[in-house]
Design a binder for this molecule. Structure first.
Ligand code: GLU
Length: 549
């Protein structure tokens, strides 16, 4: 009896690996093309850090005319959640990052290198495990969980490294006959890798992001096939990224310390190892302490948060590129109208340590992104969002013609309004423009400088009676406000006022503020001339009268 017989005994039906090697040939891509992937486990919502990795992988494949694929890593079936797969697929779609290959719905996939869902690849993993067994590079392990626990306790008592290695690797030294005997007796086994490594030797490795790193060799006989017949992450990584012809493994840096093991696996399997780029996690400043953005504590860690809040996907992507490559910001400033796909993204320019997540900055980018949209686009996107998350806004937007005018205020010009960072802000941003809301609401008017009711009423009354009109030219319109200022004893020009402030109680700006506040209930609004144009004469008068009551 030899290794091959033992391999046949354990996996009698597994195919020879040559079958898969032929089925999944080298990809026919141009020189330098990067093949990379997003490989999440469907264990919960997609984390912003996951999206970040996916974006980075996708950017680099797009830049090089490569392939970006989505692989679902569902080998830990205990941790799987309902709708996990569709959640991942939809999140990528929401961000306009659908993969070139891989899962495209809960059950369907595209591409020639599938299945792209690990639980459907059991036969493939077993074929490669059988191959290792037949070479004596893997072995069946019959240790029970209790025995494992016993080993761990002994190691703790002896103050040595935990794990299944060297003298502790009990089943490593079973003869082929002994192992075969146990299997024939119906004893259950898992398959372990027989590590050729030694802990006292070092390996040197170059990571695209982390640079040169030294590690002790791996000497752990890790599990490659579990009791349920599915592979562990490590084994699946080697087999899948080989067969899917991944050139660059871009993943979270929690896996960096597994690189020695992974390189060993690739080597023993006879595969060419991919390049690795380990991404530092996105951090959060928590009362002065830097910690990872956490699924449990931080709502903004979930990509769904951005959908629910209506942050434009492009803003999230721009922000993530910003933390990925610090030169993005300058590039964006110099190339305001270019698509982010034109940015020359570089993997090796990513920072070694984790960037601090900055919501203020993200929302600021949101403002810029939305400011570049047409009124029509803002309308469509707000409505789409409102339909799912805000009935009141949906109702307001029902009057499309009017809403387009409202959203069109200070938009489409050189310096467009920059006051909306996400769709969840639209309602508050425009609600005062809707008469059925504004006129029926209790408004707390705060007129800033001028506070006497009598004075306010005098100004408003005079404005309505003698100066107000919907003039179709801004200068004429504003001159009337200047006239009103003069008439009520205020300075006509701010400049004059500044020269001799003691001469007047205030200036035309203060008068404008009174009108603005009466008109909208707010001190800060977009251009008042445009607001009046949109509201129309009747509405303006009703509003000013409401304020005088
Ligand atoms: N399923 C692994 C994870 O979510 C994938 C890591 C990788 O990209 O290889 O961490």
């Amino acid at each position: 009896m030899d290794y091959k017989d033992l391999a046949d005994l354990i996996f009698p039906n597994a195919k020879d690996i040559s079958y898969y090697e032929e089925k999944y040939p080298e990809r026919n891509l141009s020189e330098g093309a990067v093949v990379s992937r997003f490989a999440p486990s469907p264990t919960g919502f997609v984390h912003i850090g996951g999206l970040y990795q996916a974006l980075v992988a996708r950017e680099i494949t797009k830049k090089t005319n490569g392939v970006f694929f989505l692989r679902v890593e569902d080998t830990d079936q205990k941790r799987e959640v309902e709708n996990g797969v569709i959640g991942i697929v939809n999140s990528l779609k929401d961000f306009d990052m659908a993969p070139d290959e891989g899962m495209v719905t809960e059950t369907e996939e595209v591409g020639n290198y599938g299945p792209y869902k690990q639980s459907l690849r059991k036969d493939i993993y077993q074929a490669y495990a059988k191959y290792l067994l037949s070479q004596g590079k893997a072995y069946p392990c019959f240790c029970t969980p209790e025995e494992g626990e016993e080993i761990r306790k002994k190691q703790e008592a002896a103050k040595v490294r935990p794990g299944y290695y060297g003298v502790w690797a009990k089943c490593r030294n079973l003869t082929v006959e002994e192992a075969a005997e146990k299997i024939k007796n119906g004893e259950k086994c898992i398959i372990r890798f027989k590590s050729p490594g030694r802990e006292d030797r070092k390996i040197k490795h170059h990571d695209i992001i982390k640079g040169n790193v030294d590690f002790p060799e791996n000497d752990q006989d890790i599990v490659i096939i579990k009791a349920d017949g599915l592979p562990t992450y490590h084994f699946a990584h080697a087999v899948d990224d080989h067969l899917m012809r991944t050139t660059h493994v871009i993943r979270s840096d929690e896996w960096l310390s597994s690189v020695p093991l992974h390189l060993q696996l690739f080597h023993e399997l006879g595969f060419k190892a991919p390049k690795y780029a380990h991404i530092a996690p996105i951090m959060k400043n928590d009362n002065g302490n830097k910690r990872k953005l956490s699924k449990r504590k931080d709502p903004e860690a979930a990509v769904n948060y951005y959908k629910e809040e209506g942050v434009p996907p492009l803003a999230v992507k721009e922000y993530l590129l910003n933390i990925a490559n610090s030169n993005f910001e300058n590039w964006r400033r110099a190339n305001q109208d270019k698509s982010i796909d034109e940015f020359d993204f570089q993997l090796n320019k990513m920072s070694v340590s984790g960037a601090l997540f900055d919501m203020v900055k993200l929302l600021d980018i949101g403002k810029t992104v939305i400011s570049k949209m047409s009124a029509e686009e803002v309308y469509d996107k707000s409505l789409e969002w409102a339909k799912e998350y805000d009935k009141e806004l949906e109702d307001m937007l029902e009057n499309k013609e009017y809403s387009l005018k409202v959203l069109g205020i200070e938009r489409g010009n050189k310096k467009p309004r920059k006051d909306i960072s996400k769709w969840a802000e639209v309602k508050n941003n425009i609600i005062y423009m809707y008469d059925d809301k504004f006129l029926n609401e209790d408004i707390e008017y705060d007129y800033a400088k001028i506070s006497s009711n009598e004075e306010i009423n005098k100004i408003l009354k005079l404005y309505i009676e003698e100066y107000f009109d919907i003039d179709h030219d801004k200068e004429t319109w504003f001159n009337k406000i200047k006239d009103l200022a003069e008439k009520t004893g205020y300075a006509r020009e701010v400049k004059e006022f500044k020269k001799e402030p003691e001469k007047w109680p205030g200036h035309v700006g203060d008068i404008s503020t009174v009108i603005r506040v009466a008109l909208t209930g707010r001190q800060n609004t977009p251009d008042m001339y445009e607001i009046m144009q949109v509201l129309g004469k009747e509405s303006v008068i009703k509003r000013l009268e409401k304020a005088m009551k």
